[in-house]
Write a protein that binds this ligand. Structure first.
Ligand SMILES: NC(=O)c1ccc[n+]([C@@H]2O[C@H](COP(=O)([O-])OP(=O)(O)OC[C@H]3O[C@@H](n4cnc5c(N)ncnc54)[C@H](O)[C@@H]3O)[C@@H](O)[C@H]2O)c1
Ligand SMILES: [Zn+2]
Length: 376
């Protein structure tokens, strides 16, 4: 990471050999996208995959910037929302990319949140057995998490993200200006993933967030620093374990409980969005670690205090509507994770910034814990 001088963007390099790429972070990057892309890719055609919400704000300036750099762009505009990560929109996007005569040296550009990034990355990986791929993430979650690391794909009726490929982008442009039009709720949800990096293995970053979160929410340098620190943290893990055979699982801190809550609310974003589920899940993971005598309950309270301060939900009681009982939540956890001989793999912690992968968590302990936290 290099601290930006003047208006130069902050850069995080992801050193993955022949799949290495840069993440540029800062304001005004959409206006400069044509130059950055033309400098890295040979092709002079691009398909911009985006959703209706994001297109309304950023499709025109991106198309103009590409045109100035001699790149002719065709838009592929999909409906917003998680349902877009499914076969029909995938097929439509593939066909529109082919109709635009995108060749292997040309680019598919994902302009949007994690839904668009995951879908467009998959399209770029399979059309003509792979064309170039640029991520322009526009949600905080996409800027700090989904646009980095190369996991792409769609959902199946058997579950989320079950159909896809590893496909690293050639470039990520995280334009911090785009976050100005993101809803405060979506911004907070993305912030849960930022805090997650502190809780995994960077206690100093978590303490910095506790002291500076208001500046991160306000925008400016603190926000760019939070995004860059997050991208660097994710890049470090991905470089060590690109295909999640080991350490990359740490990125799932809070996600085992979180995914169960998302399933329990039928992925209804009016009740719960992913980052909110992760916030509750991270508090539960710290509480459960304390219950197992691995960490101090004070750490769980500290996590809870910070996430509540920024406006995130921190307990299951805050989810609107009726939740299924502990038994059903446990079933969702068991489905999400492999259970072997009544033992689960979980990300637990010894304290703030001391997370680890535990392979032998007794299912019965998790069930008892859930019954305490969520009687009924
Ligand atoms: N590939 C990975 O490693 C990875 C990691 C984490 C999450 N994900 C995936 O990411 C998805 C969630 O991403 P998300 O939270 O960005 O959701 P999203 O893509 O649905 O975006 C959230 C909402 O914000 C809108 N939006 C996005 N940017 C905007 C902007 N700048 N201004 C105004 N509106 C804007 C979108 O239209 C959408 O309505 C999930 O499908 C999840 O599975 C993938
Ligand atoms: Zn997540």
């Amino acid at each position: 990471m290099n601290a930006a001088a003047g208006s130069a963007p902050t850069k995080v390099h992801v050193p993955l050999g022949e799949r290495a790429y840069d993440i540029l972070i800062g304001p005004g990057l959409i206006a400069g996208a044509g130059r950055e892309i033309a400098a890295r890719l040979k092709g002079r055609k691009a398909a911009i995959v985006t959703d209706e919400n994001v297109a309304a704000h950023y499709l025109a300036p991106l198309t103009e910037s590409l045109a100035e750099a001699g790149i002719a762009a065709t838009p592929v505009i999909l409906p917003p929302g998680e349902k877009t990560k499914s076969f029909e929109p995938l097929m439509r996007a593939c066909n529109e990319v082919l109709a635009a005569r995108i060749e292997r040296n040309d680019a598919v550009i994902a302009l949007g949140g994690g839904v668009i990034g995951d879908l467009a990355g998959f399209v770029a990986g399979i059309v003509r057995r792979g064309v170039r791929f640029v991520q322009i993430p526009t949600s905080l979650l996409a800027q700090v998490d989904s646009s980095v690391g190369g996991k792409t794909g769609i959902n199946s009726r058997h579950g989320k993200n079950l159909i896809g490929v590893f496909n690293q982008p050639d470039l990520v442009l995280a334009d911090s200006d785009t976050l100005k039009t993101l809803s405060p709720r979506e911004f907070r949800a993305g912030y849960a993933e930022v805090a997650k990096y502190g809780l995994i293995d960077q206690p100093d970053f978590f303490a910095w967030l506790e002291a500076n979160w208001q500046d991160v929410f306000a925008g400016g340098e603190a926000r760019i620093r939070a995004i860059a620190t997050s991208c660097q943290a994710k890049a470090d893990v991905v470089v060590e374990d690109e295909r999640e055979m080991g350490r990359r699982a740490l990125l799932n801190l809070g996600h085992t409980f979180g995914h169960a809550l998302e399933a329990a609310t039928a992925y209804d974003s009016s009740r719960l969005v992913h980052g909110e589920a992760v916030a509750i899940g991270m508090v539960l993971a710290h509480d459960f670690s304390a219950r197992m005598n691995l960490a101090s309950p004070d750490d769980a309270r500290r996590v809870e205090r910070h996430l509540r301060a920024v406006g995130l939900p921190v307990s299951m009681n805050e989810i609107p509507g009726q939740l299924p009982g502990a038994g059903q939540l446990m079933d969702a956890i068991a489905q999400d994770k492999k259970v072997k001989d009544g033992k689960l793999t979980f990300i637990l912690t010894r304290g703030i910034g001391q997370s680890f992968i535990a392979n032998d968590v007794p299912e019965s302990e998790v069930l008892n814990f859930l019954k305490e936290k969520h009687p009924g």
